[in-house]
Design a protein around this ligand. Structure first.
Ligand code: AHR
Length: 512
């Protein structure tokens, strides 16, 4: 047996649970963009594809396994062009519009408010409705929340009833515009902050429905934007939070630049490592935005919502450049796993996150074939599936000692990433070996509680470029992981190169 006394250690205090990892950190995003809604979620009632009142049954089934906690809709950039009244009433009578951001295609509004709420009900997901600030009105947004959530015979509740829905829906999350610094109106931070206060004033709580209002936040490292929003809140610690309950943040991962983002499947090791350096940067962004927020809100009452994240590659050859359709490899899966590690570490401030996007757009869970309709689960889907045990569990502090590093683009990339949560007499540990070539013997140094059993799952493939297609849907799929041995400090793992492993631990009961 080889000597692994110098193996990297992942040290976990199993008896010191920290902040709860909200299930909402595993949220999703569905925009009227390319084939996300049309062809992805929605095929219409007359389609030969099996559907539930127009919604693809196989997509619903696959997503139910992920326990999707919330779904953001209708955008993104589309949200600031969307007028909700165009998407209610008989479908044949709904006005059409041009989706000028995404492909300049005609949108027939056949998927609107009722269809979205039906989708959320099928998924068991909380709706996160993003309002139109860029080209809408305060009245429009105010009436939308009334239409959605009011029970009595108010004008909007009556209109909803005429459109076939008696009971109000529960809508816990409302976005006040999207990317106002860009596609949402090209505003300056202070101007938007004032608008956000104004719009949020008229997003009312109707009856039992309590709305969590999310102001549209910064792009990546624009800390000045976060500062302007926090200033606009007034004295948070005095309880003066009449404006909004959270600010958002958007951050996309790519190996290149916005002009040439890199290819989804044809990439080399340098691209891979640059991607991983970009992905792990999310930890710094969350830390620094939180630090800005702490200055105005030391009690952490205002939430940070990362409502767009994921990889963004050049579109697949031969597809509409405005549709943002891209393949998804093992590399994307590891981008997701290191994001989740960061999310777990920031559970005390980060209250929600939404991957962009769920089907057929950017870092999707599901790809559907436009010709045959065949459905493929991506490597990223499997990371979400392997992580459902983290939803609403308590985070555990994790310390990594002695892991290898690599110099990437002037910085140091740690090659091991890990996080852990606990619930009752169980714990779930996530470990990513980012090394493209080398396996890694690693010790799980488990302290504070006895471990009575374990089981482990691995997601890896022969190459970092491996991906799933309709002809070969299982190139990257989770499998039982046999590389776990007892170790005097806990467990020893033989992690293959470029792999993601989850270890579920059974713990001795405690009296606490
Ligand atoms: O997710 C795609 C687009 O990226 C969204 O519409 C926009 O908010 C962001 O720029």
């Amino acid at each position: 047996m080889s000597d692994h006394r110098n193996a990297p250690r992942i040290v976990i205090d199993l008896d010191l649970p920290g902040p709860v990892v909200s299930r909402h950190l595993y949220g999703h995003f569905a925009e009227h963009l390319g084939r996300c809604i049309y062809g992805g979620f929605w095929v219409g009632e007359d389609s030969s594809t099996p559907n539930l009142a127009g919604i693809r049954a196989d997509v619903v089934e696959a997503l139910r396994a992920l326990r999707v906690p919330n779904l953001r809709w209708p955008g993104g950039c589309f949200a600031d062009e969307y007028h909700w009244r165009d998407g209610i009433g008989p479908r044949s009578e709904r006005p059409r519009m041009v989706n000028s951001h995404w492909g300049d295609v005609v949108e027939d509004n056949s998927f609107g408010t009722h269809e979205f709420m039906a989708l959320c009900e099928l998924l068991g997901a909380d709706p996160y409705v993003n309002g139109n600030v860029g080209s809408g009105t305060v009245r429009e947004l105010s009436e939308w929340i009334e239409y959605l959530t009011r029970a009595d015979d108010s004008p909007m509740a009556a209109l909803r009833r005429r459109n076939g829905r008696d009971q109000p829906w529960r809508v816990p999350f409302i976005g006040i515009g999207n990317e106002p610094w860009g596609c949402g109106g090209n505003m300056r931070a202070e101007a938007y902050a004032d608008l956000a206060r104004r719009y949020a004033t008229y997003v009312r709580n109707h009856g039992e429905n309590q709305v969590y209002r999310i102001a549209a936040g910064a792009n990546a490292d624009d800390y000045a934007w976060t500062e302007a929003l926090m200033k606009a809140l007034g004295c948070v610690s005095c309880g003066d939070t009449t404006a909004f309950e959270a600010v958002s943040l958007h951050y996309y991962t790519m190996s290149g630049t916005w002009a040439d983002k890199g290819h989804a499947t044809s990439f080399g090791q340098d691209d891979y490592y640059r991607t991983m350096a970009a992905a792990t940067r999310i930890d710094e962004l969350l830390t620094r935005h939180s630090t800005v927020m702490d200055r105005y809100d030391p009690g952490r009452r205002i939430g940070l919502v990362l409502d767009e994240w994921g990889t963004w590659w050049n579109v697949e050859d031969g597809t509409n450049p405005g549709f943002l359709y891209q393949q998804n490899t093992l590399r994307d899966a590891l981008v997701a796993s290191v994001h989740f590690d960061a999310f777990h570490r920031h559970a005390d401030r980060l209250v929600m996150a939404n991957i962009a996007q769920t089907v057929n757009v950017l870092q999707a869970m599901i790809l559907t074939d436009p010709e045959t309709g065949a459905l493929v689960l991506t490597p990223t889907y499997h990371v979400f599936a392997m992580n459902t045990g983290h939803h609403d569990a308590a985070s555990l502090a994790v310390h990594i000692v002695g892991a290898g590093t690599r110099q990437v683009a002037g910085g140091t990339l740690p090659l091991l990433s890990a996080s852990a949560t606990t619930r009752g007499d169980t714990a779930l540990v996530s470990i990513t070996n980012l090394d493209a070539d080398a396996g890694c013997t690693t010790v799980l140094d488990l302290r504070g509680r006895g471990v009575t059993g374990h089981s482990a799952t691995i997601l890896t493939a022969s190459a970092i470029q491996a991906h799933n297609t309709p002809d070969s849907p299982d190139q990257v799929r989770p499998q039982a992981f046999e590389g776990v041995r007892p170790h005097p400090r806990g467990l020893q793992l033989e992690l293959p190169a470029h792999s993601y492993v989850t270890v579920e631990l059974a713990l001795e009961e405690t009296d606490d």
